[in-house]
Design a protein around this ligand. Structure first.
Ligand SMILES: [Fe+2]
Ligand SMILES: [Fe+2]
Length: 416
């Protein structure tokens, strides 16, 4: 697609410019050598953190792949008596004979809380359960969705609100309605679900920028970055409203987001520059760059005027957000703090190692593509190009050479 090709080239040049300017600033500040040293790979080559591109990588704090321990209360109602279904792990411990064994890992998925998060595109239970103190615990790897804007990550999970039916206050009224003629009920349902999910993830981007603005203040960032972050949060409000307007039109009823699920009602704000910079890499340099390029690809293929208008606006805004993230990371590297350079590098290495294996939503040719939902293979290829042609060159300009992508991830991207 010509239009998305030019968009990608333009964004690649733009981000490369930001990265090179960041390097120059770091050199002027007298810390270029530190950054360069990190860039030459002191920290461990291929897959330093992320493994070889499958789900087994043990991601650091907050990543597209993140491995955590998940527990649920056991036994549960209807889980059977002693000697239940024979899962590994067992009740363990003396005197546990009345407790049925933990479910086998294949059955544990239905109990894992994060499965219902709209920001989670894949979950793998890596281990059999172990029983401890009334709970069955498993090692679980979550894969955050890679293509729907800036995620709000908490301990590696992308959090988002749930859908609220009948909520019309999040619909962008200025957007013309999509043309529903020729869409089957199934296609309308699929489009409603897809745009609802995007709306929820755009809504989560507002929270992500809200937290980022506070963290920029906490690490003493310049006013320009703080101002642009607040402006970007307002863009995300508009994106959410565009997505919910489309979702509502396809669904034939008003749809919007419910309350945002801050854990325990609290928001954790980091004042650690290395931590803030690494999250900016994951949420912004990767998340928003991919979001922009995927939206551009969707827009280039969409023929419905309302859908095209929404996607084109989102693609332009996300490109600006991506640039903001790269500026923020370049500024953080300019501190000359070796811990910042290490954590930024690790975040890029991990994302580039596993990123090409992102799962994407199901779409299709014809009517679905016309309404902004091309086939999964198209989106996956778009993300791969985004990583190879935009993210990697800019990251290498900032940090020096990075390990080549994991082969397994690439094969999944090309053939999956
Ligand atoms: Fe957005
Ligand atoms: Fe964004």
């Amino acid at each position: 697609m010509d239009r998305s090709f030019h968009f990608r080239r333009r964004l690649a040049a733009q981000l490369l410019g930001v990265a090179l300017a960041g390097m120059s600033a770091a050199a002027v500040a007298g810390c270029g050598s530190d950054v360069e040293k990190e860039g030459q790979g002191g920290q461990g080559g291929q897959g330093g953190q992320g493994g070889q591109g499958g789900l087994g990588g043990s991601g650091g704090q907050g990543s597209f792949f993140n491995t955590v321990t998940e527990c649920f209360a056991w036994p549960q109602e209807g889980s059977g008596g002693a000697g239940g279904s024979g899962g590994a792990g067992g009740a363990g411990g003396a005197g546990g004979s009345m407790v049925p064994p933990c479910p086998p890992k294949g059955d544990a998925l239905m109990h894992v809380e994060g499965m219902s998060d709209p920001g989670i595109c894949g979950v793998v239970v890596n281990t059999e359960g172990t029983f401890d103190d009334g709970q069955c615990c498993y090692e679980v790897t979550y894969e955050s969705c890679g293509a729907a804007g800036r995620p709000f990550l908490v301990e590696g999970r992308a959090r988002a609100a749930s859908r609220a039916r009948g909520r019309s206050t999040w619909m962008e009224s200025a957007l013309p309605a999509p043309d529903l003629a020729g869409l089957s009920p199934d296609e309308r349902a699929l489009l409603a679900a897809a745009w609802t999910r995007d709306g929820l993830l755009e809504h989560a981007s507002i929270a992500s920028f809200g937290r980022f603005a506070l963290e920029l203040l906490a690490v003493g960032a310049p006013a320009d970055l703080v101002a642009r972050t607040h402006e970007a949060a307002l863009d995300e409000v508009r994106h959410a409203r565009l997505a919910f307007a489309l979702a509502s039109a396809y669904a034939g009823e008003p749809l919007g987001p419910g309350a945002f699920p801050f854990v325990g009602g609290n928001l954790s704000v980091s004042a650690d520059l290395a931590d803030v910079a690494a999250r900016a890499v994951r949420e912004g340099c990767i998340g928003e760059t991919l979001a922009s390029l995927v939206a551009a690809e969707q827009a280039a293929r969409a023929t419905d005027p309302a859908v095209r208008e929404a996607l084109a606006a989102i693609a332009e805004d996300e490109a600006r957000h991506a640039e903001l993230a790269w500026r923020a990371v370049a500024w953080a590297l300019g501190s000359g703090d070796a811990a910042v350079a290490r954590s930024v590098r690790a975040a890029f290495v991990e994302a580039l190692a596993v990123g090409a294996s992102f799962e994407v939503q199901v779409g299709g040719a014809g009517a679905l593509e016309a309404h902004g939902r091309p086939e999964a293979a198209v989106l996956r290829a778009s993300m791969t190009r985004a990583l190879d042609e935009v993210v990697r060159p800019a990251a290498e300009a900032l940090l020096g050479s990075l390990p080549a992508p994991a082969r397994e991830g690439r094969e999944r991207a090309e053939h999956g």
